[in-house]
Design a binder for this molecule. Structure first.
Ligand code: GTP
Ligand code: MG
Length: 315
């Protein structure tokens, strides 16, 4: 490449002051960072492709795949939670990824997620050409302590509970009860969770608790440590060649004893009676994957979830 001329250098210097307009978008240190990605205008997007109401398992699973891909892309994401058209990703408080710059985390997170959603579409919607571009927005929020961090995920799951119960009731009243959308809205106005459960059970013999957990609870992707293997039981026994037997060497008169460095580097013969080094030895081998991303359809609001997975709270 050609060296820039003196004039070009001067020009670059003259205009470089514009960098000072860039704002600092570094997120607070020592806080949990949550990146939330949400489908943009997904109501129309879902209508366009005539998604199953209220839950289209193909779309939910495609969202899960895209989220998993993002967790593989950003190893500092410790867990993610998804429902409907949204997914939340939690970065450890200690992460220094992209110097904690929100613009980098949001733009890379959203583009990686969207790219996987588009790439995965044909697997989940075979024969359905993707003619309308799916788009997602994103934001980051910092949570300064464990309580606020856990409450954030509890809030998203509570939202899932409320919406899914309402939507299940609404679409059952419309589809099976023959009500218009307006009448179903009126029927559900002011009802609490128990009353909605009652409508489902008495009118339609639907036990809401038996609906798929993925719909009722959303999906949690958790980066879990592998359970520690019981070494002696699970790891293979590998024979290790030891050093040659330390046979006493009588120095010949007038000559020097061979130093250990000069000894031949051959393994002891199998028939050796030496007790050093040639016995079968149990070796601890590093596991190929020190962690795994588990897909869970479970309650994350109770404290027991965090007690079962303390590694998710490691800072
Ligand atoms: N039919 C169907 N619709 C879904 C499904 N998942 C999400 N949606 C739709 O996605 C919407 C998500 O809610 P919002 O994010 O508030 O709505 P939005 O249209 O995406 O609006 P913005 O996020 O503000 O752009 C729901 O209201 C549903 O209409 C699904 O599995 N099936
Ligand atoms: Mg949306």
């Amino acid at each position: 490449m050609k060296e820039p001329s003196k004039e070009q250098w001067k020009m670059a210097q003259k205009f470089s002051y514009v960098r000072r307009f860039e704002t600092n978008d570094t997120l607070l240190p020592q806080c949990w960072i949550v990146l939330r990605i949400d489908g943009h205008h997904f109501t129309q997007f879902c209508d366009q492709y005539q998604f199953e109401k209220p839950n289209d398992i193909r779309c939910l699973n495609l969202m899960n795949d895209s989220a998993r891909a993002l967790m593989e892309y950003f190893p500092d994401i410790v867990m993610a939670y998804g429902q409907s058209d949204e997914y939340s990703f939690a970065f450890r408080p200690s992460t220094q990824l992209y110097k904690r710059r929100t613009s980098k985390l949001v733009s890379l997170g959203v583009s990686c997620f969207t790219a996987h959603f588009v790439m995965g579409w044909p697997r989940y919607f075979p024969g359905v050409p993707l003619t309308v571009v799916p788009t997602f927005d994103g934001r980051t929020v910092c949570y300064p302590n464990q309580k606020a961090f856990k409450d954030y995920f509890a809030w998203r799951q509570a939202d899932c509970h409320i919406n899914n119960l309402y939507n299940t009731c609404f679409w059952t009243l419309v589809r099976r009860g023959g009500l218009s959308n307006l009448d179903a809205t009126e029927r559900l106005k002011g009802t609490d969770a128990a009353q909605k459960n009652e409508i489902l059970f008495t009118q339609f013999s639907i036990n809401y608790a038996k609906e798929p957990a993925q719909f009722r609870k959303g999906t949690t992707l958790a980066r879990l440590a592998h359970p520690a293997p019981a070494v002696a039981e699970q790891l293979p026994v590998v024979p290790i060649p030891g050093p040659p037997p330390a046979a006493p060497v009588e120095p010949a008169a007038g000559s020097q004893a061979p130093s250990s460095a000069a000894a031949p580097a051959t393994a002891a013969p199998a028939s050796t009676t030496s007790t050093q080094g040639t016995e079968e030895t149990i070796v601890e081998r590093p596991l190929p994957h020190p962690e795994r991303i588990a897909t869970l359809f479970c309650d994350i609001i109770p404290e027991s979830f965090w007690e079962e997975h303390p590694e998710l709270l490691a800072e």
